[in-house]
Design a protein around this ligand. Structure first.
Ligand code: KG4
Ligand code: ZN
Length: 368
């Protein structure tokens, strides 16, 4: 079974051919970084126009790299939510046109859920992986989302928690901007934090826990703490206050930047590990939303741009060995937005009989 996956939810135009939901024959991703760089963020109108210009060529490229033609494609899966509406519409329109003209099933895939599938993908050369055990815990960590899910199977997901302010990737990008680390902020901060002189204990940064059983995340306090570590704590608003003015911060030289970057990375990763462990504990106690009895969750699925982060990957790997979890971390090309994860998850939706028709809509929000 060969699926064509199409992904245009934000600023990456992507197409992929995936066999039986796992084996990636091609995965083409055209990034628009150079278009948006000067605006320090994605400009929706520019993004959708670029998708229109590129989508046909990218799909043809995915087909030719997989040595196949439209005739070999058994079904078409498209990321139809969440994302920028103008961007999503390009992929959805292309997928509908192909499904109609080729008379093939059309499958609508939630982009956020698809990120959780990325760790299941492999190349033709790699050995087959064992199937995963459900229920699984899923952690999506990207520039737009930081959410925990319970997966009963590939088509039934319960959202357990999400960020109440910034997504972790957004916090990475903002921390990088505060520290003057060039675009793209997240990966560059990761690299600096790994430099030999960097100490992850140099600055004590807060890890938000929220309520005792909460599985939500918050990164705005951490971001503010990075701002104060870099530029100093603001003086009291009342000039007659008897509080002595805060001491000036150490100079923001290369060494200090690397220290703050490493300390930030430690705090951000701790926040993630803390909530994952809390979810595992709640499941074991029979108190996790979506489970009505004590359950040992044995599978952890992780995806999204920040799953490329070296520290987070290392800590997740340690967590997995500590708690005997089958951890599925995506290979680097599948951490960021791609269409292979769309085709991969689409395969399971199709197998479950969940298909769409030509009335399919692009929707800016996630299903759950
Ligand atoms: O999943 P993605 O490509 O797009 C969204 O759907 O948001 O994620 C992009 C995010 C950006 O915030 C980027 O800075 C972050 O992932 N990112 C990283 C790393 N690589 C990408 N953050 C920390 N460390 C990295 N190595
Ligand atoms: Zn994404």
């Amino acid at each position: 079974m060969l699926l064509l996956g199409i992904e245009t939810s934000c600023d990456e135009t992507a197409a992929s051919i995936v066999e039986d939901g796992v084996v990636v024959h091609s995965s083409i991703v055209a990034s628009q970084n150079e278009l948006h760089e000067e605006f320090a963020g994605v400009v929706p109108e520019l993004a959708s126009r670029a998708h229109v210009e590129r989508i046909t060529a990218i799909i043809q490229c995915a087909l030719s790299q997989a040595s196949c033609t439209y005739a070999h494609v058994d079904a078409i899966a498209v990321g139809h939510r969440p994302g920028l509406i103008g961007s999503l519409l390009v992929g959805v329109s292309a997928a509908k046109a192909l499904a109609w003209s080729l008379a093939r099933p059309l499958i609508a895939v939630d982009h956020v859920h698809a990120h959780l599938y990325a760790g299941l993908l492999r190349t033709r050369e790699e050995a087959a992986l064992a199937p995963i055990a459900f229920p699984a815990l899923g952690f999506v960590v990207s520039g737009g989302h930081t959410s925990l899910y319970l997966l009963r199977d590939w088509t039934t997901l319960v959202r357990l928690g999400a960020t109440i302010d910034d997504a972790m990737g957004e916090a990475y990008d903002k921390a990088a901007a505060i520290l003057g680390i060039p675009f793209p902020g997240g990966p560059n901060l990761d690299r600096l934090a790994r430099s030999e002189s960097a100490s992850d204990r140099a600055v004590e940064l807060p890890v938000s826990r929220l309520d005792r059983d909460s599985l939500d995340f918050s990164f705005s306090g951490l971001k503010t703490a990075v701002l104060y570590a870099a530029r100093g704590v603001p003086a009291p608003a009342n000039p007659r206050s008897d509080r002595s003015p805060p001491p000036p911060p150490p100079p923001l030289d290369e060494h200090r930047i690397a220290d703050i970057a490493a300390s930030f990375q430690r705090a951000a990763s701790r926040a993630a590990i803390l909530k994952i462990e809390r979810a595992l504990d709640l499941a074991a106690e029979g108190r996790l939303k979506g489970l009505n009895r004590r359950t040992r969750i044995a599978t952890l699925l992780v995806g999204g741009g920040v799953s490329a982060n070296s520290r987070l990957r290392a800590e997740l790997t340690q967590l997995a060995s500590r708690r005997e979890l089958d951890l599925r971390l995506p290979a680097m090309p599948y951490c960021v937005d791609n269409a292979a994860m769309i085709a991969g998850l689409g395969h399971h939706l199709l197998a479950a009989g969940i298909t769409a028709d030509l009335a399919l809509q692009a929707i800016p929000t996630t299903a759950c």
